[in-house]
Unconditional design. Structure first.
Length: 150
């Protein structure tokens, strides 16, 4: 996991992608479930947009093929210009030394309060708002993939 997060901190999307198994899956509250290609494109897109991203991590537990980590991302949410500190718990399973499953867990409401301000505070906990943000994130990812040829 250190290799993955070090690549993330260095904004090296190719090195992050190299950590994923060919059949990897990813999931988080903002994008939902993604296959390997979409997840790698997501990281490349996010890193390409980031102007002030700072990432730190700590591996909490490694037992067999399962790993749990805690990581933090500090950045400016481009859509609103608001600062965000997102604290995430990640769970991984490994296969052949590569990430097979990657699940990021964080409070969507806590993230939305920071990213969207008063609107996120009032609506960030609602399924409607979460679905709207996810749909927008997936539209952005689809547009990025077309533009980047991914």
């Amino acid at each position: 996991m250190d290799r993955f997060y070090e690549a993330f901190a260095q904004r090296d999307a190719a090195a992050m992608a190299a950590c994923y198994h060919p059949d990897a899956t990813f999931e988080d509250p903002a994008f939902g479930p993604l296959d390997r290609q979409a997840a790698c494109a997501m990281w490349a897109m996010l890193l390409g947009r980031a102007t002030d991203l700072a990432v730190s991590h700590q591996v909490l537990r490694e037992i067999g093929a399962e790993t749990t980590a805690r990581w933090e991302a500090r950045y400016t949410f481009i859509r609103t210009g608001r600062p965000v500190v997102n604290r995430i718990k990640a769970t991984f399973t490994l296969e052949d030394g590569l990430i097979r499953t990657h699940r990021d867990h964080f409070s969507f409401w806590a993230w939305a309060r920071q990213a969207f301000g008063p609107a996120g505070f009032l609506l960030g906990w609602t399924p409607w708002f979460q679905a709207r943000v996810r749909a927008e994130a997936l539209r952005g990812l689809a547009a990025y993939r077309v533009k980047a040829g991914r």
